[in-house]
Design a protein around this ligand. Sequence first.
Ligand code: GAR
Length: 188
Amino acid sequence: MKKLAVFASGNGSNYEAIAAACAGGVLDAEVAVLVCDHTDAYAIQRAAKFGTPVFAFCPKDYASKAEYEAEIVSLLDSKGIDLVCLAGYMRIIGDVLLKAYSGKIINIHPSLLPAFRGAHAVEQAVEYGVKVYGITIHWVDQTLDGGKIIAQEAFHYDGNDPEEVHRIGQVIEHKLYIETINKILCER
Ligand code: GAR
């Protein structure tokens, strides 16, 4: 069975969708670890429900990004991780992790990339008056929400409520992330 690592910083609804798909046999995979850069992230509570092992750390406890990423790489290696899924992990991946897991890290983002990168994509898109929103899943490189696109799904919305866009977008995210992970794992 393929092994996934999911990285999250907060809520963790994408983690939960992936974990539930694994538990229900929709994905022939296991979430072998949830990595969190906030020790109080709600995602950690969700992980308890599924019995997913958690590595929660505080970046400030390390001298550098290279140092905590080296620890993460050892952990992923020890678990034999096949694919790393960033799911609301609000940190740029550094050289140490990128080199060790080259071609094995994907991210989900709530915009039609390359438009609206960063942490407030939906709010910026609403502010801009966007009419066609979307979700992107892409390979991860060293830039913010950068890397070759794997999958996108668009939807129309002609209002000005970012919360509503988030709600619509998250339903799509949960479905699209599972379909995309499934496709990648089947090709390996
Ligand atoms: C998701 O909407 C994801 O697309 C976004 O964070 C949210 C996490 O939700 N990621 C980014 O903005 C990456 N730049 P979740 O914690 O409920 O899965």
